[in-house]
Design a protein around this ligand. Structure first.
Ligand code: PEP
Ligand code: MN
Length: 346
């Protein structure tokens, strides 16, 4: 429930609303805005009787949020959330961000070369997993903590921001110490205890859609993060499992406008995992930007044939350069622009 205060409501009036919400046994979250101040009521699982709040001085209206993903919904916050990263990079505004890099971090040389390549082509954020959620326990599991050091070095050298996955609560601690964005992977989208830890880590979160998760389930998982006080959440469409084996996943582009309608959170698209096929990544990245994605996440490797994971969906450097050229044109055609790495210096 959202208690919208009148324009010019006093601090005492807002405080009274907060006290009454707390007396009723719920939590109050004041949300000062440019146009109006609202006080959110959270902690309820069902409709709350608003009669005690409606008549309080300074209260303009009470909005019952009909969605189970309350704080994530547009009813709760009509304006789009803009996640602000270091160096002035924003996700969810007019800019379209490119996050690119290898699937797995492998060697220092591979990480630094990847960073130079993706920066040169126009990415602003470097990706790469230090911990990899692999279907087989015998597949390469990642370098672990030493991988984070390589990312730190790449950031120092190139000025790229860093997005990397945490798979467990310890990982959230280590990743949030160094990275600019903590990625929660598809397989962990409904790892609710991990989401709670991530919600308290103090860094923006990239939350990927689960392998067979509905859009509502994705939004409910994001609600776990917001419920812990982390409002810097970026969603990611990365394809869902389907009956068709032609592609690795069914890349659900419709999720982009659907999420934008239901939620104020930004959503980016990952056509690499979405398709699993290198030659499908460029067309689907173009389509995602055209559909309104706030960014793209793409796997790129200096030498994809030698990649220790996901080589088949990983772009060659020159393909990524081409992709960036094309998405710049598409972004401009819809009144947006691709964030340029110059904005992050170095
Ligand atoms: C990844 O981004 O490398 C990854 C493992 O993705 P997902 O969680 O979407 O499978
Ligand atoms: Mn991958």
């Amino acid at each position: 429930m959202l208690i919208v205060m009148r324009h010019g409501a006093t601090a005492d009036e807002v405080q009274k609303v907060i006290s009454v919400i707390e007396e009723m046994g719920y939590q109050a979250t004041p949300m000062p805005g440019a146009q109006r101040t609202a006080v959110g009521l959270v902690g309820n699982d069902g409709r709350v009787d608003a009669s005690r709040l409606e008549g309080l001085p300074g209260v303009q209206e009470v909005i019952h949020v009909s969605k189970p993903y309350k704080q994530v919904s547009r009813e709760w916050r009509p304006e789009s959330t803009v996640v602000r990263l270091a160096g002035g990079v924003t996700v969810g505004g007019t800019e379209v961000v490119a996050i690119a890099g290898p699937c797995s971090l492998e060697t220092e040389r591979q990480v630094l070369e990847s960073a130079r390549i993706v920066k040169e082509a126009g990415a602003v954020i470097l990706r790469g997993g230090a911990w990899k959620p692999r279907s087989s326990p015998y597949s390469f599991q990642g370098l672990g903590r030493p991988g984070l050091k390589l990312l730190a070095k790449a950031r120092e050298e190139t000025g790229l921001l860093i997005c990397t996955e945490a798979m467990d609560p310890d990982g959230v601690g280590w990743v949030s110490e160094m990275a600019d964005i903590v990625q929660i992977g598809a397989r962990n989208m409904q790892n609710f205890s991990l989401l709670k830890v991530a919600g308290r880590c103090g860094k923006p979160i990239l939350l990927k859609r689960g392998i067979s998760a509905t859009i509502v389930e994705l939004l409910l998982s994001a609600e776990y993060l917001l419920a812990e006080g982390n409002y810097d959440v970026i969603l990611c469409e990365r394809g869902v499992r389907s009956f068709d084996t032609m592609t690795r996943n069914l890349f659900d582009l419709t999720a982009i406008p659907v999420v934008h309608k239901l939620s104020h959170l930004p959503i980016i698209a990952d056509p690499s995992h979405g398709t699993g096929l290198r030659d499908k990544v460029i067309p689907m990245a173009r389509a995602a930007v055209a559909a309104g994605a706030d960014g793209i996440m793409v796997e790129v490797h200096p030498n994809p044939e030698e990649a220790l994971s996901d080589g088949a969906q990983t772009l060659y450097p020159e393909q990524f350069t081409q992709l960036m050229r094309e998405v710049r044109i598409i972004a401009e055609a819809i009144g947006r622009r691709v964030a340029e790495p110059a904005a992050v210096g170095a």
